[in-house]
Ligand binder design. Structure first.
Ligand code: LMR
Length: 348
């Protein structure tokens, strides 16, 4: 009986030891992580909404960024792009970003000036003369300071992208002399500098969102607009407006923005991937913007009904003089700091 009880106890002890060993109860090592179960391997989706066509400097840069980020994050981040304002337009995309309904947008900085008034500096006509100047300012120290202005509004600023210089396009008559603007209706983006720019010329500024612009031109609610050649071509504005004047008077560029809570929720490694993809996409965008605008100019020249005008140096000087008060307006309204910094950087 004693032998029987001893054998039974020994068997139980051995059995428990075996179970303990096989389940690694005695080991001090950390347990393997079930990444699948904890959701660590779950794909993160960034919804990126913008208002222009895919075949534009912004549309292409968004695609490039999505590809680069998927590669760099080994597929952990998937970027879904919604072009052409199919999800949100100029009037509601910022709110959608702040509500995290989309995680990224890239509005023209002029459209952000109600939120960040200092960015009006980038709208000043004839501040920049070449694409290189634009790149130095937007991609350098000043660009970083301008992006940091977003810290006050809980938005993560990732970069500035470029589209290019704006030209004038009109339906009835070409806009070359200052008098040509008298009493016409010109579309202006919602920026104090841009709206005043046309009022100084005796025109009426009309604020229209990009997605409604074509229809308003077709309905003759707008006589003229300023835009880049890539937007004029890709949106087909040249089908309803046939006079282009190559003025290169102002810059059209973008702030690339991310919802800040979403940004903060990303693990550090993925934040690094986002920044690295953005840096490469941004360099690529500046190069592409130049090429696309010059290719689109060639395509526009081939349209029989399009008349392309240029400004003589004398005429351009008159435009510059007329726009001078905008610089004081900006300084009085916002302050001189950024303007001075940019002028010093550009040696103007
Ligand atoms: C416009 O409204 O004309 C532009 O800002 C559109 C864009 O995003 O390039």
């Amino acid at each position: 009986m004693k032998v029987y009880i001893t054998t039974a106890i020994l068997t139980i002890v051995l059995l428990l030891s075996y179970i303990g060993y096989s389940q690694q109860f005695w080991q001090n090592s950390t347990l393997p992580v079930d990444e699948e179960q904890q959701g660590l391997n779950k794909q993160i989706v960034i919804n990126f909404s913008h208002v222009v066509a895919e075949d534009t400097p912004k549309g292409q840069a968004a695609i490039k960024f999505a590809e680069l980020l998927e590669q760099k994050s080994n597929g952990r981040i998937h970027v879904v792009i919604y072009p052409n304002g199919m999800l949100y337009n100029d009037n509601n995309e910022l709110k959608a970003l702040q509500n995290n309904d989309v995680q990224m947008i890239a509005p023209t900085f002029s459209k952000m000036t109600k939120t960040i008034p200092s960015w009006e500096v980038l709208d000043l006509p004839y501040l920049f003369h070449t694409d290189e100047e634009v790149e130095n300012v937007l991609n350098g120290r000043i660009g970083e300071q301008l992006l940091n202005q977003l810290n006050h509004v809980n938005i993560k600023g990732l970069a500035f992208w470029n589209n290019g210089f704006k030209q004038m396009i009109s339906e009835e008559k070409p806009l070359v002399r200052l008098e040509d603007f008298k009493n016409i209706k010109v579309r202006a983006m919602p920026s104090k500098v841009l709206q005043t720019q046309f009022e100084l010329l005796g025109a009426k500024s009309v604020n229209t969102s990009f997605d409604e612009l074509y229809t308003e031109i077709e309905n003759h609610e707008i006589d003229a607009q300023e835009n880049t050649l890539s937007n004029i071509y890709s949106k087909g504005f040249y089908k309803v407006q046939n006079n282009i004047t190559l003025t290169n008077h102002g810059l059209l560029g973008y702030s690339v923005l991310m919802n800040e809570d979403f940004w903060n929720s990303l693990p550090q490694k993925l934040q690094e991937d986002v920044l690295s993809a953005m840096k490469e996409a941004t360099e690529w965008n500046f190069q592409m913007a130049k090429e696309m605008n010059s290719n689109d100019l060639e395509k526009l020249k081939k349209q029989d009904h399009i008349k392309i005008n240029t400004l003589s140096v004398a005429e351009q000087n008159k435009w510059k003089l007329k726009f001078k008060p905008l610089y004081s307006l900006y300084k009085n309204h916002v302050g001189a700091t950024f303007l001075k910094e940019i002028q010093t950087e550009l040696n103007h």
